[in-house]
Write a protein that binds this ligand. Structure first.
Ligand code: ATP
Length: 141
């Protein structure tokens, strides 16, 4: 029985990560799901949130938004629309994006696309928490 999984995360622009890991947790559109070695084949669409994986017992965090995750033969392939390692996240940018989304929501203009604004707010909050959780786990300095 295998003890690890190969996790590969790619976006339309680049390969974000390819690592041997012990566990993968990801934000599926229907909720968080977790994958251990020897998992049965599985496919899920991804929402907005933090994927996390364990490597040598340590938790690592990656922001993902949209796309799919596929599990097959101890390989987890994440085809994400957008993905950033916790270390790559620009916190000032995410904080400004959150402030913009909050201020648009407060102004409550009739023309505001609420779903789009809500998604922007969710991305900003998830980016901030991704880096916070990485720092707390000691895997994002
Ligand atoms: P912003 O309003 O700051 O552009 P956004 O949520 O609208 O944020 P996205 O559409 O999710 O941005 O991403 C566009 C591109 O910018 C992607 O390549 C993404 O990786 C990058 N990006 C966005 N925000 C950040 C951030 N805070 N740190 C690092 N990269 C970011």
């Amino acid at each position: 029985m295998a003890k690890t999984l190969n996790l590969e995360i790619v976006t339309p622009d680049r390969k974000v990560l390819s690592e041997e890991v012990e566990y993968v947790g990801a934000p599926g559109v229907l909720g968080e799901f977790g994958i251990l070695p020897n998992h049965v084949p599985f496919l899920s669409a991804l929402g907005i949130g933090n994927l996390h994986y364990k490597q040598d017992g340590k938790a690592h965090f990656v922001f993902v938004a949209g796309g799919f995750a596929e599990v097959n033969h101890n390989k987890v392939t994440v085809l994400a629309e957008v993905a950033e390692m916790a270390t790559e996240i620009d916190i000032d940018r995410a904080t400004k994006a959150r402030e913009r989304a909050e201020s648009r929501a407060q102004q409550a203009k009739e023309k505001l696309d609420h779903a789009r604004n809500q998604a922007a707010l969710q991305r900003a909050i998830a980016r901030i928490s991704c880096q916070t959780r990485g720092r707390e786990a000691g895997t994002c300095s």
